[in-house]
Design a protein around this ligand. Structure first.
Ligand code: NAD
Length: 292
């Protein structure tokens, strides 16, 4: 019996499938790219002529495809691979897709008695190569445990995200942070250089402050996550510094897409009477607005 079917052998999938092969499993793969299929076979995998054929007899079916619509079409069709998936098998969708697509696909599979885990991955193709991805798994905990040995071929940190669809939601939440932080990082380094700073020194300095260490591991646990808004560094002062940076950016002609928006949020906090609170009170303010 086939152990694993793997659909989508792109930048990520090709290495993930190879690591499962190296873990001692038979991996029947399918990708619309012929080059990907050749590489999969060279890596010790087995090739199938279609997704519908790849899944035949597999206990675990992994999808690593670009977008939700493709995952949906491949699995549910028409013609859907699900028609050939054994009842009781588990589909693990590791693509990054919209959580509502995840929910729809789960429902579609359930109608055929096929279980699903949404398990998108953190990190990049570099860690896909080395089998050291971070896997955000959503589904029944017992199902996640059942497929853990296969997940462990691909990742070194597997986190049960708390139920069906939660892996997908965790991934999008994570990527909100990483994608926006990418732009902020580019803006900050560009402004630093424009003001004459040595880039390596700037990175060294910021690696030792909340700038590089991140608020989640420094200021938040020290203050707002403990419901302590007495100021370690107050909103009024934070906004003062942000204002100086915006002015310097204007003088040096560096466009800051995010700073102006951040400034309006700090201004809102001041208007709400939070100027003397800790700067992490921005989070308390947002939660309050969301809940009310
Ligand atoms: P990719 O474009 O390199 O690979 C996708 C593969 O799917 C391609 O080989 C393509 O030929 C194949 N494909 C498309 N339609 C198909 C179909 N109908 N049937 C079979 N195969 C089909 O993308 P990737 O970088 O491997 O990313 C895959 C997913 O993982 C995406 O959702 C992406 O957002 C996510 N992701 C990527 C990274 C990364 O660093 N590249 C990191 C984390 C998550």
């Amino acid at each position: 019996m086939t152990d694993v079917a793997f659909i989508g052998l792109g930048a990520m999938g090709i290495a993930m499938a190879r690591n499962i092969v190296e873990g001692g499993h038979t991996v029947v793969g399918f990708d619309t790219s012929e080059a990907a299929m050749e590489q999969h076979v060279a890596n010790g995998g087995v090739s199938a002529p279609s997704a519908t054929e790849a899944v035949r007899g597999a206990k675990i079916i992994i999808t690593m495809l670009p977008i939700g619509a493709v995952v949906q079409t491949v699995l549910l069709g028409p013609p859907g691979a699900v028609e050939n998936i054994d009842a009781g098998a588990i589909v693990i969708d590791m693509s990054t897709i919209h959580p509502s697509d995840t929910d729809d696909i789960r429902d579609g599979l359930k109608a055929h008695d096929v279980r699903m885990i949404d398990a998108p991955v953190g990190r990049t193709s570099v860690q896909a190569e080395t089998g050291t991805l971070l896997i955000m798994a959503g589904g029944d905990s017992a199902d996640i445990e059942e497929v853990r040995p296969v997940l462990e071929c691909m990742g070194d940190l597997i986190i049960d995200c708390g139920g069906p669809g939660m892996g997908s939601r965790m991934k999008i939440t994570n990527n909100l942070m990483t994608t926006v932080l990418n732009v902020l990082t580019a803006e900050v380094l560009t402004l630093g250089e424009a003001t004459g700073l040595d880039r390596d020194l700037a990175i060294e300095v910021m690696s030792g402050t909340a700038a590089g260490l991140g608020h989640m591991s420094t200021t938040y646990p020290a203050k707002v996550l403990k419901d302590d808004l007495t100021p370690a560094f107050m909103i009024d002062l934070a906004r003062k510094d942000l204002g100086i940076a915006i002015e310097m950016a204007e003088k040096t002609g560096v466009p800051l897409a995010l700073a102006e928006n951040a400034d309006t949020v700090y201004a809102d906090a001041q208007s709400a009477g939070r100027g003397a609170e800790d700067w992490t009170a921005i989070y308390a303010m947002m939660r309050e607005k969301q809940i009310s």
